[in-house]
Design a protein around this ligand. Structure first.
Ligand SMILES: Nc1ncnc2c1ncn2[C@@H]1O[C@H](COP(=O)(O)OP(=O)(O)OP(=O)(O)O)[C@@H](O)[C@H]1O
Ligand SMILES: O=P(O)(O)OC[C@H]1O[C@H](OP(=O)(O)OP(=O)(O)O)[C@H](O)[C@@H]1O
Ligand SMILES: [Mg+2]
Length: 282
């Protein structure tokens, strides 16, 4: 049975459960459940604090885990990212009162408040900056106002929390994060159960980002049309009863679907339809 760590709370937990559900896995019905078994898929899910997931996976007790890239790196655990999941996107940044620092070097001698000491210590060491780091559990934006630090390093998603605290970002982002699947560093890469799990999640990612496009076009326009809709491998082209016309079917990125439909129309394609993809194995 595959043993998988899933975030039990916070920004990652809702979208992670939703993705697993879309991939056909049973999920807990009640937020207090700490472990469930999905007997049909032979998977056991453990609902753990997002921060602890890399540590459990590194210990070898759990096969894989879903967590944030920033949390993985912050933990310093012997675990590695094997698939990016495209949700819970954020940047990790320094922020201060406006005008406090203009570049990284200005961090020297400052006190930096953060919940992500591992990331900050590694970033300071990498750039040879001597600064103090104070660990806070959350709401770090307030640390500046209350004089506990002059700088904070925190997750920034929309930037609303920084604005509300009268702070602004300083320097380039320390890292970009999103939800990721992790496994123990050096674990068996060919494990067939892990591979099947990853294929299911990849299927959800494709179903979320692509739509199926169908249209009819004249044979003379086929090359131009196919250049607009190359598909993932190659489009399906079928003859129509009307001579000189073909039907084409290809997957296209959902974000570009409307533009592609306009371009296809302009070259004479007609009966252009897009339909959602619910599940997929590439
Ligand atoms: N607006 C956000 N706030 C916090 N974390 C976010 C946000 N957007 C994305 N994330 C990502 O979610 C993960 C943090 O989740 P975690 O559950 O530890 O914190 P949280 O959502 O702030 O929950 P809490 O503070 O209630 O414990 C990180 O990978 C982080 O990059
Ligand atoms: O850029 P934004 O969209 O404002 O999101 C980022 C903010 O959200 C998180 O705080 P959270 O609400 O989790 O509170 P916490 O600091 O107590 O964890 C994070 O620590 C930032 O403060
Ligand atoms: Mg938080």
């Amino acid at each position: 049975m595959l043993r998988i760590a899933v975030p039990n709370k916070g920004s990652l937990s809702g979208p992670a459960a939703e993705m697993l559900h879309e991939a056909g896995y049973q999920q807990r019905r009640e937020s207090k459940e700490l472990r469930i078994v999905d007997p049909v898929n032979e998977v056991e899910f453990f609902y753990l604090r997002p921060r602890d997931i890399a540590i459990y996976v590194a210990s070898g007790q759990l096969d894989i885990g879903l967590t944030g890239r920033d949390l993985l790196i912050d933990s310093g655990a012997e675990a590695e990212e094997i698939l990016a999941l495209g949700f819970a996107r954020s940047t990790f940044r320094y922020a201060t009162k406006p005008g406090t620092i203009s570049g990284l070097a200005d961090l020297t001698g400052k006190t930096i408040a953060t919940s992500y000491e591992g990331i900050v210590a590694a970033h300071l060491a990498e750039h040879g900056i001597d600064a103090s780091v104070v660990h806070l559990d959350g709401a770090v934006e307030t640390a500046i106002q209350l004089g506990v630090a002059q700088v904070i390093a925190d997750v920034v998603e929309t930037g609303t929390s920084l604005r509300n605290a009268g702070l602004e970002v300083a320097g380039e982002p320390i890292m970009q994060s999103e939800a990721v699947v992790i496994r123990r560093t050096g674990a068996d890469a060919d494990d067939s159960k892990v591979q099947q799990f990853l294929r299911r999640l990849q299927g959800v990612l494709v179903a979320r980002t692509y739509v199926m496009m169908d249209y009819d076009c004249r044979v003379e326009q086929l090359e131009k049309a196919v250049a607009l809709t190359p598909g993932l491998e190659s489009p399906t082209v079928s003859p129509l009863h009307n001579e000189g016309w073909v039907a084409v079917r290809a997957m296209v990125p959902a974000k570009e679907a409307q533009r592609i439909m306009d371009d296809l129309y302009d070259i004479g394609a007609r009966a252009i339809l897009t339909t959602a993809i619910h599940a997929c194995r590439l």
